[in-house]
Design a protein around this ligand. Structure first.
Ligand SMILES: [Zn+2]
Length: 209
């Protein structure tokens, strides 16, 4: 191809879709978005968590999350947020007071340059008219949990979290948000902490599960 023509195509089609690898004007193409419908699932993690909900099937978002979290393609969060907001106009949880994002350890935030869960949920919280409060610290740098079996996951996150502003929690209805919900070990560990500090209700919302 002529170099000028090549440059022209790079300008109008600067991205390769992370899922189907077609060239286009966004890193997650419209066809792939359309073929990723909402697939809400409810999970049970008693006794502290009253309801846990996932919005999309993880298998469909796996290439997207991988590119976003490990290849650091930041523009993907706009695609994910736009897609989620288009399909979930209101917060699908029972009238919470605020949203708490599950934090990454500061080492991960430093590696990526951003806290991905906060970035993903901040525009959603705004749209839903709910405050998003970063009140949890991840004091233990846990290994990537997907490589571990369920009992090992619970052990890995045991005592991994602290609250930066515990006084905010008492009597509040809280939605804990995360990108992916699998074994539930992380949210259960945080829910125990929130329960100890008097949370009135703890729900969980994850993009994928
Ligand atoms: Zn695609």
């Amino acid at each position: 191809m002529h170099p000028l023509l090549d440059k022209f195509f790079t300008l109008i089609l600067p991205f390769q879709c992370v899922n189907c690898h077609r060239l286009g004007d966004t890193p997650w193409c419209l066809e792939c978005r359309i073929s990723t419908p909402l697939d809400p699932q409810i999970r049970d993690f008693p006794p502290e968590i009253t309801k846990a909900k996932t919005l999309f099937a993880y298998t469909q978002l796996k290439p997207l999350f991988h590119a976003y979290k490990f290849m650091n393609i930041r523009t993907l969060d706009h695609c994910l947020i736009d897609h989620t907001l288009a399909l979930v106009p209101q917060c699908p949880m029972d009238s919470p007071d605020f949203i708490l994002p599950v934090p990454s350890h500061q080492n991960r935030v430093r590696e990526r340059g951003f806290d991905h869960v906060t970035r993903l949920f901040q525009p959603l919280a705004q749209q839903w008219g709910l405050p998003l409060i970063s009140a949890i610290n991840r004091s233990k740098d846990t290994p990537f949990l997907h490589a571990l079996k369920t009992p090992q996951r619970a052990k890995a996150v045991h005592n991994a979290f602290t609250l930066s502003t515990p006084t905010l929690i008492a009597g509040k209805r809280i939605v804990l948000v995360d990108d992916i919900l699998t074994s539930g070990a992380t949210v259960q560990e945080i829910a125990k902490l929130l329960h100890q500090h008097g949370a009135a209700q703890i729900q969980v919302l994850a993009l994928a599960g």
